[in-house]
Ligand binder design. Structure first.
Ligand code: TXA
Ligand code: MG
Length: 321
């Protein structure tokens, strides 16, 4: 059970943001850990609470698409995309404006900035009332499974984050898609996410998307957060399982599930990738808590939201450093 926050709860949260404190809030993708993007001290508290490495920059969230232009230079295909998709599950990485008030720590000192305009009404109202751009990484301890409910946020942070605006489970369930543009103006996907590649192609055309694999580097400055091990439960994750070994929990998908008498979560018995994305992080957290030796994962189609799901599962299964 969760109750939508009252107007006064949102106003109190906006005051806390203005005072440099942290507020967790729902977006349509995952919960974010919000702070004033223009306040270096507040941004530092976000990094500290998450245990996040300082080289990994944060996304700046705005209430209105037009506000994004105060912080970043959005043009060409990226402008076409944001016009079509915002507010929505898309983040653009662009050159910062010269007058941008965003704290250098938020962008890890890069000359670029990641910007997103989330669609969730609670996120929109919080940002608008604070009258500030908000940094908001996913509201999980760094490297851990992302949070899609207020209970997930509390499980990771407890009293470290006293204000959690509870908007119920998030609708999409995986983070925003991150895109940038290369020197030729082609779109490059830095992170698969809530806006499927196919939908981007419908808006800008297939030819506008650079023929380059999504980055997956531990250090590449163009996508510093795409660490190989990420979104990781503490239980070992094994992918593409067709027979479930003993001592295993099962993360299933679709109608034909192998026989298994251990803990099981089916992401979508009907085989819907939209439903599967929405259930992914809660299922991983739940199976992680079941105390089995490993989590076996059935194959999931690699189309639409399936690409983002498989990206998160690959990182969850990657050896931890
Ligand atoms: O859906 C989402 O995007 C959520 C919600 C809360 O908005 N936020 C989120 O933030 O996923 P976070 O911090 O977990 O992921 C942000 C990603 C990281 O991989 C980071 O490296 C990348 O964005 N990023 C941020 N600024 C960047 C920049 N200037 N250049 C390249 N990548 C950047
Ligand atoms: Mg994250």
């Amino acid at each position: 059970m969760s109750m939508s926050p009252t107007d006064s709860a949102i106003s109190e949260a906006a005051r806390a943001i203005r005072a440099g404190q942290l507020v967790a809030f729902p977006t349509e993708t995952v919960y974010g850990l919000g702070a004033d993007a223009t306040n270096g001290g507040a941004v530092a508290r976000v990094f500290a609470a998450k245990g996040r490495p300082h080289f990994n920059p944060l996304i700046v969230h705005v209430a209105n698409p037009a506000d994004a232009l105060k912080y970043g230079q959005i043009g060409g295909h990226l402008a076409k995309l944001t016009d079509a998709v915002w507010p929505g599950p898309l983040t653009v990485v662009v050159k910062q404006t010269s007058e941008s008030p965003v704290a250098a720590l938020a962008t890890a000192g890069l000359d670029t900035v990641a910007i997103r305009c989330p669609a969730h009404p609670i996120a929109q109202r919080l940002i608008a009332e604070a009258e500030l751009p908000l940094v908001a990484p996913s509201a999980n301890v760094s490297g851990h499974v992302s949070a899609t409910t207020a209970a997930h946020v509390r499980a990771d942070f407890g009293r470290v984050v006293p204000i959690v605006l509870d908007g119920g489970p998030t609708r999409i369930g995986v983070e925003s898609t991150i895109v940038t543009s290369d020197p030729d103006g082609q779109i490059v996907l830095l992170r698969e996410g809530g806006m499927p590649r196919e939908n981007i192609a419908e808006i800008v055309g297939n030819n506008a998307i650079a023929d380059r694999a999504t980055q997956n580097n531990d250090v590449a400055p163009s996508a510093p957060g795409q660490m190989t091990s990420h979104y990781a439960p503490s239980t070992t994750v094994v992918l593409d399982i067709t027979e479930v070994p003993s001592g295993s929990a099962l993360l299933a998908f679709g109608g034909s599930v192998p026989i298994h008498d251990g803990p099981t979560r089916n992401l979508s018995p009907s085989g819907s990738l939209v439903e599967a994305a929405a259930n992914l992080f809660d299922a991983l957290r739940q199976l992680d808590a079941s105390g089995m030796d490993h989590i076996s994962v059935m194959p999931i189609p690699n189309t639409g939201l399936g690409r983002a799901i498989n990206d998160r599962l690959r990182r969850a299964a990657a050896p931890k450093r």
